[in-house]
Design a protein around this ligand. Structure first.
Ligand SMILES: Nc1ncnc2c1ncn2[C@@H]1O[C@H](COP(=O)(O)OP(=O)(O)O)[C@@H](O)[C@H]1O
Ligand SMILES: [Mg+2]
Length: 1010
């Protein structure tokens, strides 16, 4: 259920999409005319051509024939990368291109080791010569190459500019119009390397040498020589730079043409000459001939009294004589006289002015024409490959297409005859190829109707009966033969031919359109009316014997090669131009027949050499005369499209689930499965041995559209997979990052926790240690604990303040803080009265400064009935001599003892204690006064490191606070009854205690600011 629904949706999509693709096709047309549905419609043909031309697509196929429309602009489609693109690619895989044609021929030649030719035809200016150059360049760039063969390649390439300089001219249609037909063989060795070449030229337009129409020029080389030639060369040739000075160059009134750069072209040509083996002597001779043609043109004839031609000014004659190496007088005579051979003797008779001019022009034409032939031969000898291994060739035929002008003469007749022959070849080869293919593929041959133009060829060329034979006959006929008598002969001999018409023979309807001097041929391409005027003369192409003799004796080596003495000795008439052309054409066809053909048909889009101008009328005309419709009809008669199974399958396999993505069986079966799946009808196709044949273009288009749609789906799928892959990668990356972050964060937290614990342990430990050692003298162990207890106590005080002023009961401090109370007492006694008090404040009082263990056990025993309250080491000064002695001062509940080791030296009962004296200075002296009446020894003079502490403890034990006396200067003390001592207090730079001269104890303290 699901599946069929999906399939429905798919089909719908295909249909939808098909319309989209068809719109695109509407825009750029089909790239192969064979795929045109209305293949018999000329309008459809023109439409397709126009659509493509408007998109700058100048190339379109008819099967394997390439139609090319001259873009008249640089399109950037001839780059090296384009060449590489077309290299070795299946012909139909890429858009049509002249490179595809070239590459196809080359590949076939390499793989099948056979010969090929590419026939390029079209009107003048349609792009034939450009196309042939593009092909040559393509081979030059893409073919394999060895160092040693580069020179052969360069010569092939450079033969072109030389030939063009001598054989091309500016015409109204084309600034660089080839005025000769050219067939060029490119020879390849077994590795496919271009190694040599051969050129055959046809029918150079000699008449141009002596006459040009308005707006046209003579052959380029004349202008190039004048514009670019070195001063010495021109001087040597007797030439001036200005082309206007030469009659042969100035008749067209466009000797100077801005679009042509003769000077630059001269450089190119000079360079080419050096590459293709021209010696300086060759060039001297060659340009001698070119210059003498110019001089010839400037010869002026005059008429004498007898009506004979004379040459009054022999200036030009001298130059010609010098340049051609002939005798001036002989030349002069030959130009003005004619030798007539009677039976045994020669008679020389003068020529009329008109005939002299004719003779001069004939000489110019003959000289130029034969020199051109010599040039071609010379180039050929430089292109020749001297190695005699087997070679294959690709021939390039760049030949004028059908020409139909308002007035058509002998030249058009020849050209159109040539095209008629080539058309015959084309149709035959195409048909033959079609038939051969059907046969090979085992498909039944379906006869194709086509127009066989043999009948027209015969009309022109048949021996004794054809037009050329009749013309020749008329030329040699004794008696007055004229163009008109020739026309009459034609009417007489071929008048009944279905493809021949004259004014006389045409019915009343046709009559008006044919002139009295004209005949009309119904060519395969259409009708052409020829004017017989000049037919005889042109066919004869007569050069007077007299002039020929002069030229045969020339010292100019080139001329001597061109005009052989043998020619003079041969008494037979030379073949006429028509016959020569017929013969060369038949040998050309022989050359072509043995080779595999490719065709390029060139069309020019307008008459003004303008880009992007598509002149429908002009193009229809060309389509007709190029025989394109006929060709298409023959190609399309059977099947529009055929392709090898492999290729077909490869392209469309994604359309069928069985063949996608891989088909492992034979391709033919795969194709069958495929077309069954997409629903081809039996009449739409045939299956051959190696190819599928599709009859209608629409079948192919539907397949192509389906593929287009399918591609989108495939792309979407690929994209989705790719995106999910990317997403997953991203996710994994993020996840890993998160895990890492978490791990680090946890680690940080744990480290923090352990830090806290360690800290807590340290604090607790410290607290415990502080607690244990709370009663010890202040030390790092208990310092903090005591601070803590103190702080706690003070904070606690705020809840236990006395209720009334009278209430003296303060909260009792903890044990270790009892000395707080003592400090209060100390303050009451000493604050502001004794130096050092302030510093003493932050020194906590100890319970005792002597451990019980340090007190001698005997002493302990002696006072065992009293509890020791405080002990401190002191220095005791003897009352008389003030000798200092180490003692311990021990305070109990009842008395103070001065102890020396195991002896109690003095016991002072508190009841006998009279007071305590200290100084106001920074000394540690304290004097304990006793009552004299008691049996006491006298006052004790002590020095104590903990003076404030000791005094405070004593006072508190005695419980009399006002017993402390702080003296200034000195104090008296009781030594023994009636005897007193004095202690003097003083300040000085250092602490000292000594007995002065007066027998007084002097205590010096250091005065410090406090
Ligand atoms: N493929 C092309 N791209 C650009 N310009 C071209 C092309 N083919 C021809 N032309 C232009 O048209 C002119 C005439 O072409 P050419 O080949 O000499 O014509 P033909 O040999 O058919 O008389 C060229 O000089 C060139 O300016
Ligand atoms: Mg050309």
């Amino acid at each position: 259920m699901m599946e069929s629904k999906k399939e429905d949706v798919r089909r719908k999509h295909i249909r939808l999409h098909m319309e989209g693709a068809l719109t695109a096709r509407d825009k750029v047309g089909v790239q192969d005319f064979v795929l045109l549905d209305a293949y018999t419609s000329e309008s459809a043909f023109v439409d397709n051509l126009r659509k493509r031309f408007n998109e700058n697509l100048i190339y379109t196929y008819i099967g394997t024939l390439l139609v090319s429309v001259n873009p008249y602009q640089e399109l950037g489609i001839y780059t090296v990368s384009q060449m590489e693109l077309y290299q070795g690619v299946n012909f139909f895989e890429l858009p049509p291109h002249v490179y595809a044609i070239a590459d196809n021929a080359y590949r076939m030649m390499c793989s099948e080791l056979n010969n090929h030719f590419i026939l390029i035809s079209g009107e003048s200016g349609a792009g034939k010569t450009e196309a042939s150059k593009k092909i040559l360049q393509y081979f030059a760039v893409t073919c394999p190459m060895t160092q040693s063969l580069q020179i052969a390649r360069d010569r092939l390439l450079l033969s072109n500019p030389v030939l063009e300089a001598f054989g091309n001219a500016r015409t109204l249609r084309n600034d660089n119009s080839s005025r000769f037909g050219k067939y060029m063989d490119i020879q390849f060795d077994f590795q496919g390397i271009p190694v040599g070449g051969h050129i055959i030229s046809y029918l150079i337009e000699k008449s141009r040498v002596v006459y040009q129409n308005q707006g046209e020029r003579n052959f380029h080389i004349f202008y190039q020589l004048l514009a670019g030639g070195e001063e010495e060369r021109l001087a040597f040739l007797g030439l001036e730079r200005d082309p206007q000075l030469y009659k042969y160059l100035s008749q067209g009134h466009c000797a100077k043409e801005s679009s042509i750069n003769d000077k630059n072209d001269w450089k190119t040509v000079s360079n080419a000459f050096s590459v293709i083996d021209f010696t300086e002597a060759d060039l001297e001779n060659l340009f001698g001939i070119i210059a003498s043609v110019l001089h010839l043109g400037n010869i002026c004839f005059e008429e004498d009294d007898q009506g004979c031609a004379t040459i009054p000014d022999t200036h030009e004659i001298k130059w010609i004589a010098k340049l051609l190496g002939v005798h001036p007088a002989v030349l002069l005579e030959a130009l003005t006289h004619r030798k007539i051979e009677a039976k045994t003797e020669e008679v020389i008779c003068p020529l009329t002015l008109e005939l002299s001019v004719y003779a001069r022009d004939a000489m110019a034409k003959a000289v130029y024409g034969r020199t051109f032939t010599w040039l071609v031969n010379k180039i050929n000898s430089s292109l020749v490959n001297k190695d005699f291994t087997r070679k294959t060739v690709i021939g390039l035929l760049d030949i004028y297409g059908f020409e139909v002008f308002d007035k058509n003469g002998f030249e058009q007749f020849c050209i159109n005859y040539c095209n008629e022959k080539l058309q015959q070849l084309l149709i035959e080869r195409t048909l033959k190829a079609e038939q051969a293919e059907y046969e090979m593929e085992g498909i039944e041959w379906e006869p194709i109707k086509y127009f066989n133009n043999k009948i027209i060829c015969d009309l022109v060329e048949e021996r004794h009966k054809g037009i050329i034979s009749i013309l020749d006959e008329e030329c040699i006929r004794p008696g007055p033969a004229t163009d008109l008598s020739f026309l009459e002969k034609l009417e007489e001999k071929v008048g009944t031919h279905a493809h021949f018409e004259t004014r006389k023979l045409a019915g009343p309807k046709g009559r008006k359109r044919i002139g009295w001097m004209e005949f009309r041929l119904l060519h395969y391409a259409g009708e052409v009316t020829y004017c017989t005027k000049g037919f005889l003369e042109k066919n004869n192409d007569l050069l007077y014997r007299h002039l020929k003799e002069v030229l045969c004796k020339s010292k100019n080596v080139i001329l001597r090669e061109c005009f052989l003495l043998a020619e003079l000795e041969n008494r037979r008439r030379p073949p006429t131009v028509g016959t020569q052309f017929k013969n060369s054409l038949s040998s050309l066809l022989e050359i072509l027949i043995s080779k595999e053909p490719s065709y390029i048909r060139c069309i020019k889009p307008n008459d003004r050499k303008e880009p992007s101008k598509f002149d429908d009328f002009l193009i229809r005309h060309q389509i007709k005369y190029l025989g394109l419709m006929e060709h298409l009809r023959v190609r399309r008669a059977g099947f529009a499209y055929r392709r090898k199974y492999e290729h077909f399958l490869q392209r469309y396999k994604s359309l069928c689930p069985d063949t996608w993505p891989h088909w492992h069986g034979p391709p033919a079966e795969g194709v069958e499965r495929l077309i069954n799946y997409i629903g081809y009808k039996p009449e739409e196709y045939k299956l051959g041995k190696t190819k599928i044949f599709i009859r209608f273009p629409r079948t192919l288009f539907a397949t192509e559209d389906a593929l287009e749609f399918c591609k989108h789906q495939l792309v979407a799928r690929i994209q989705a997979t790719y995106k999910s892959c990317l997403g997953r990668k991203e996710y994994v990356k993020k996840r890993q990052a998160a895990i890492k972050l978490e791990a680090h964060w946890r680690g940080a937290l744990a480290r923090k926790a352990i830090q806290r614990r360690k800290w807590a342990v340290r604090i607790i430990r410290k607290f415990i240690k502080g607690f244990i050692s709370r009663n010890k003298p202040l030390c790092p162990d208990n310092e903090e604990f005591i601070v803590f207890v103190r702080k706690n106590y003070i904070l606690n005080l705020r809840y236990h303040l006395p209720k009334t002023v009278l209430d003296k009961s303060w909260l009792r401090p903890p044990g270790i803080l009892e000395n707080m109370q003592q400090k209060v007492v100390t303050s009451e006694i000493f604050r502001g009265r004794k130096d050092g008090y302030t510093e003493s404040l932050n020194q906590p009082f100890a319970n005792s400064r002597i451990n019980e263990g340090d007190i001698n056990p005997k002493v302990l025993q002696l006072i065992s009935h009293e509890k020791i309250q405080y002990g401190v080491p002191v220095i005791k000064y003897d009352r008389k001599g003030f000798k200092a002695r180490q003692r311990q001062l021990i305070l109990t509940q009842k008395a103070a003892y001065v102890v020396e080791l195991a002896k109690i030296k003095q016991k002072i009962e508190y009841s006998a204690l009279k007071g305590v004296s200290t100084s106001n200075l920074r000394d540690g002296i304290l004097v304990i006064h006793v009552s004299p009446d008691d049996k006491q020894k006298g006052d004790a003079v002590l020095q104590c490191g903990h003076m404030f502490e000791a005094v405070t403890k004593l006072v508190m034990l005695v419980k009399k606070e006002n017993i402390v006396n702080i003296v200034q200067g000195s104090l008296q003390f009781f030594i023994s009854p009636g005897k007193e001592g004095t202690i003097v207090f003083d300040t000085g730079p250092e602490e000292q205690i000594y007995k002065n001269k007066n027998g007084q104890l002097t205590v010096v303290s250091v005065r410090r600011k406090s």
